[in-house]
Design a protein around this ligand. Structure first.
Ligand code: SDX
Length: 385
């Protein structure tokens, strides 16, 4: 995968990460990958096309895309040693913990010198690991990858086909999956991407770096929010749809309750991905004929929050996680696997950011601190304390 994004590595490490991959404008709600708007990419590209863009800095020609897809498909095979391990991981383990463990164990299966192969192996492996986890959770046998299908269709087949039975991929579902994965592909120096870069900066392997990124994404304040949003909307539904009560709770610091899917470290305007996903939620649910009462609750909650001074004053808007779970549910993805879908989408971004850092020979990460602790003092014997 030549053509990594490079820039003058001579800059002094000012603490801010310099990257040529993703541009965000939090005030204006702008997101671009290598200059292309997220709106155009989500509407016109395939997920592997965006993955190629993130890894190379340029959209692929048809020949380059065909070769890239074929290369990922070549590695879309089950690793028996890892399957044996996956099958003995207890189902009480959260899918994200299992995913992180299996990715970390890839290091024992492949040579870390095979840099380009390992990128392809990772892109191929995450949907396989996710499908293994799902099949195990429902007590069904696994379905082998189908290398004749595109990336999203193969993932859906591995997830939802019955072993040994024919399976017809619903094009509405695979298109929705494609769009959702693109919308999660990269997001500048978020918590999990910074984790991948920091681990990678110690020259731990790409597998170890991605394994760490998965665990960072697992947190409910980060990627885990998509699962927390659905749990919150279900709770509101159980409470009779009383959105006003939950808005008041979210404003009360002592309640310990936050409006999951709202607010962002950078966006102090609408998250552009949330706008796209909100529209897609309407389109996908109506195309599939799915009536999900929590969609209406989400819309009411959003309207109530966006007209409430507390949220407006703090510039708290829906983020990428607010509506994504509603679509995942309509696609048949279980709630505890939503964050795995986020990880599958974010993987090319993590890899591209890791490669950019390695290509530019960045020093080992060492976040600075401001010391605010005790001034120097002499040791006191224990019998005098
Ligand atoms: C992702 O960084 C990325 O790019 C991440 C991500 C990506 O693609 O990688 O975009 C993905 O992680 C999206 C965020 C998903 N998380 C959630 O939806 C969880 C709920 N959101 C919050 O926990 C919070 O908004 C954060 C963590 C997302 C952002 O936290 P900030 O910017 O540090 O906000 P803050 O904690 O400084 O809060 C500022 C004020 C506080 O009130 P005051 O102290 O000023 O009175 O806003 C309040 C907060 O209490 N606040 C909320 C709130 N989020 C912030 N109040 C109620 N509900 C919320 N969701």
């Amino acid at each position: 995968l030549t053509g990594y994004i490079t820039y003058d590595p001579g800059y002094k490490n000012t603490g801010a990460t310099k990257s040529a991959i993703t541009f965000l404008d939090g005030e204006e709600g702008i997101l671009r990958h290598c200059g292309y708007s997220i709106e155009e990419l989500a509407d016109k590209a395939s997920f592997l096309e965006v993955a190629y863009l993130l890894l190379h800095g340029e959209l692929p020609t048809q020949a380059q895309l065909d070769a890239f897809e074929a290369a990922v498909q070549k590695y879309t095979v089950a690793n028996q040693a890892l399957l044996n391990i996956a099958q003995v991981i207890p189902t009480s383990t959260h899918p994200m913990s299992e995913l992180s463990a299996l990715v970390g164990l890839m290091e024992g299966q492949y040579s870390t010198d095979e840099k380009e192969d390992n990128i392809l192996r990772l892109l191929a492996a995450l949907p396989i690991f996710a499908a293994w986890n799902y099949k195990k959770s429902i007590g069904e046998g696994i379905v082998a990858p189908d290398q004749s299908l595109d990336y999203c269709s193969n993932f859906l087949k591995m997830m939802f086909a019955k072993p040994g039975e024919a399976y017809e991929v619903n094009s509405i579902v695979s298109k929705a999956m494609n769009k959702l994965l693109i919308l999660h592909a990269d997001h500048e120096q978020n918590c999990s991407t910074s984790t991948v870069r920091l681990i990678g900066s110690s020259h731990a392997s790409l597998f170890s770096s991605i394994s760490g990124g998965i665990m960072a994404l697992f947190g409910p304040l980060h990627g885990g929010a998509n699962q927390a949003v659905i749990e919150m909307l279900e709770e509101i539904k159980q409470a009779g749809g009383d959105t006003a009560k939950f808005i008041e709770m979210a404003k009360d610091k002592n309640s310990g309750f936050r409006l999951m899917g709202f607010g962002h470290r950078v966006y102090k305007n609408f998250d552009p991905r949330a706008r796209i996903i909100k529209k897609a939620a309407d389109d996908v649910l109506s195309a599939l004929g799915v009536q999900d009462p929590i969609l209406k609750i989400a819309q009411e909650l959003e309207a109530a929050a966006l007209s409430d001074e507390y949220f407006v004053a703090r510039k708290l808007y829906p983020n990428v996680d607010f509506y994504s779970g509603i679509i995942y549910r309509a696609l048949g993805i279980p709630t505890n696997m939503f964050t795995i879908l986020f990880a599958i989408g974010r993987l090319p971004g993590w890899i591209a950011q890791h490669q950019e850092m390695m290509t530019n020979k960045e020093p080992i990460g060492r976040p600075r601190q401001i010391y605010v602790g005790a001034t120097p003092r002499a040791f006191v014997d224990i019998n005098k304390r």
